[in-house]
Design a protein around this ligand. Structure first.
Ligand code: GRF
Length: 208
């Protein structure tokens, strides 16, 4: 039985495309059952449609406030019954009860806890680090603060600008996302404090 994933996106959708590519192999064990966004007319939604995956758009501006938007998003997610929600370039914070109800991972283009927030690649470059990378973490109620599931390091090279560095990070990030989501959903995981242990499932935490 394939595990069910909903991916939330706000932009280009290269991480989404990587996941969809992996899902084409039944042995991967995961199916992207829906893709949601906070904005329309973005390439990521076209990526989803090209793969025949149902999409929805829930713009915050359509709602009187953050709570109403989170309620609407929860109502959109519920029918998909996701085993995991994947934030792949989704530029919004989710209310804590949503990430409690559905385990949610986010992919971030830096080595957490370094460089949280929207400008991680530029911030790493400006700081002058020689090594950065990507992090997949379980979302909590902070900004890029949740328990780390997996990380990959990417060297900064002479002459890098934000675009070239982000391009190389994304290439590593795609592989990390595909490999880690697959492991989480096939073999389970457990959380001990801030540590996430893959493939060592507490039976209560193996998605049904
Ligand atoms: C990724 O680098 C992700 O880490 C960051 O936004 C980027 C999204 O890229 N949060 P894409 O839309 O998957 O191409």
């Amino acid at each position: 039985m394939q595990k069910r994933v909903v991916v939330l996106v706000s932009g280009t959708g290269t991480n989404l495309a990587a996941l969809l590519g992996a899902c084409a192999d039944p042995a991967y064990g995961v199916c992207v059952v829906g893709v949601g966004s906070d904005r329309s007319a973005i390439p990521a939604l076209e990526v989803a449609s090209a793969h025949g995956v149902p999409t929805f758009v829930e713009p915050p501006g359509d709602h009187p406030g953050r709570d109403a938007w989170n309620d609407a998003l929860a109502a959109r997610l519920e029918p998909f019954a996701p085993d995991l929600v994947v934030l792949a370039g989704f530029m919004r914070l989710l209310r804590a009860d949503l990430v409690t109800r559905w385990p949610t991972v986010n992919t971030h283009p830096a080595l957490c806890p370094a460089f949280p927030g929207m400008h991680a690649v530029a911030d790493a470059l400006a700081y002058g680090v020689k090594l950065t990378g990507a992090t997949l973490f379980l979302v909590d109620d902070g900004v890029d603060t949740g328990p780390v599931v997996a990380q990959v390091a990417v060297p900064v090279v002479e002459g890098d600008d934000v675009s070239s560095l982000h391009h190389r990070i994304k290439s590593a990030e795609h592989d990390l996302l595909v490999a880690t989501v697959g492991r989480m959903l096939r073999a389970g995981y457990r959380i001990e404090g801030r540590r996430v242990i893959l493939g060592a499932a507490d039976p209560r935490e193996v998605p049904a």
